[in-house]
Design a binder for this molecule. Structure first.
Ligand SMILES: *Cc1c(COP(=O)(O)O)cnc(C)c1O
Length: 421
């Protein structure tokens, strides 16, 4: 459920008309609903009620400072995958003890910063990383709390680019080698081995792969405890999917996911962490764009928008579907038109949808891309020298620009011309 509904024929973000935002900030732009962000975080938090837990928002899905502050103030932890995300979490006021550091390529510099400024745990993904973290911790005279990410070799049945839990993927250590690696880690004086981490992929629309993975984690917990390791925390990753296409069946709810967690690992006495990103931020955001031209091709009509693949890359990168709705509702009974919806970038890949049946639209009309709050703004670029588009946050009848659109001058002045040129 989200808070983007039509009122008197005009699409609104909570109590604000999108037209009003467009008039003030220009198009295209991202807009987020604080009520939806809050609701989605609380769904997870409530689903794990009764267990010692922390919901860590996967910041890579949306790392705007205002979004992080909103979720952090609700008590969310953060899952970060870079020194930049760590810095963003701290800048938004999230304490180190609520930040977990994931990712296969942490540098020594990133480790040092997190150890110096406070970290809940590192999710370590390889033996060379264990060695590096041990070295850094010893050099600082501290011990680094760690889990080790195991790869459970389950098929998440999601898009190949976002599946991470098969043995062929680059993530974690094979679960078959876990005992050996844990024994090795336990011997490293700079590390405190506190738990197990697993994350099998993103946009999962079925609970079965989670169940398979978590049962393996439960078994491993018992085995490792028998080996003498004090396993007391399980990080179960993120990955629960969202409905991108209105006509598809709804993916499982956080409540069902929470029940699954309790059923599979709930009796181990471990503290539970989860790292949802998309399910918290995805349907909490829209991208709003204006139609520049309607172009009649030989056998099709193109809706040419002022947004492009550099602003929202998911369709080009993952063949992703986004529902695209008119901001002003079509008259009841209006005949639908079929469009290829494209952006102005000079690549055929700059196509948001092909042969999409939609309300008839004209130049100047506004459209809203649904489910664009996750992996939208964070993956955008200035390809074709199109300035990053603004982000807007709505709360009730208020809205604020939370990242302004750079001017051409600001964009250009980030480059420098050497004196010798
Ligand atoms: C991407 C990622 C997440 C979040 O995935 P979502 O599908 O957005 O919930 C969580 N944990 C790790 C380690 C990730 O790489």
């Amino acid at each position: 459920m989200d808070h983007f509904l039509y009122r008197d024929g005009a699409l609104c973000a909570e109590d604000v008309r999108l037209e009003d935002i467009a008039a003030q900030v220009g198009t295209p732009f991202y807009v987020y609903s604080s009520a939806t962000l809050t609701r989605h975080f609380k769904l997870f938090d409530d689903a794990l009620e009764g267990t010692d837990h922390l919901v860590c928002f996967a910041m890579k899905s949306n790392s705007n400072q205002a979004v992080i502050k909103l979720l952090g103030d609700l008590g969310a932890g953060m899952d970060v995958v870079s020194g930049g995300e760590y810095a963003r979490a701290r800048a938004a006021g999230v304490p180190g003890e609520r930040i977990v550091f994931s990712g296969i390529g942490k540098t020594r510099e990133e480790m040092r910063t997190a150890l110096n400024s406070g970290i809940r745990q590192f999710n370590v993904e390889s033996e060379p990383e264990l060695a590096a973290l041990n070295e850094v911790a010893l050099s600082l005279g501290v011990t680094a709390p760690i889990t080790i990410r195991v790869n459970p070799d389950v098929d998440a049945k999601t898009h190949a680019k976002i599946a991470t839990g098969k043995s062929e993927n680059k993530f974690g250590i094979p679960i078959s080698r876990a005992r050996e690696v844990y024994t090795h880690a336990a011997g490293l004086k700079g590390l405190d081995v506190i738990g197990i981490d697993v994350h099998i992929g993103s946009q999962l629309t079925d609970l079965a792969p989670f169940e398979a993975a978590y049962l393996k984690v439960a078994d491993l917990t018992k085995t490792l405890r028998a080996d003498g390791h004090n396993i007391r925390r399980l990080d179960l990753g993120g990955g629960l999917g969202i409905p991108y296409e209105r006509s598809n069946s709804a993916p499982p709810l956080p409540t069902e996911y929470g029940a699954l967690i309790k059923r599979t690992v709930g009796d181990l006495g471990c503290e539970i962490e989860i790292e949802p990103g998309r399910l918290i931020s995805g349907n909490a955001g829209l991208m709003v764009s204006r139609v520049i031209y309607v172009k009649e091709g030989e056998d099709r009509k193109f809706l040419i928008l002022d947004a492009a693949m550099n602003d929202l890359i998911r369709p080009a990168m993952y063949d992703a579907w986004h529902d695209i709705d008119p901001v002003i509702e079509a008259a009841p009974g209006a005949e639908r038109a079929t469009y290829d919806v494209v952006g102005p970038v000079c690549e055929s890949g700059d196509t948001f949808a092909k042969g999409r049946a939609m309300a008839p639209l004209s130049a100047g009309d506004l459209v809203a891309f649904r489910s664009a709050g996750a992996y939208g703004a964070v993956m955008s670029s200035e390809y074709n020298s199109r300035p990053l588009i603004p982000e807007v946050l709505v709360m009730g009848d208020q809205f604020a620009v939370i990242r302004p659109r750079p001017t051409y001058e600001e964009m250009i002045n980030r480059d420098t011309i050497p004196a010798w040129l």
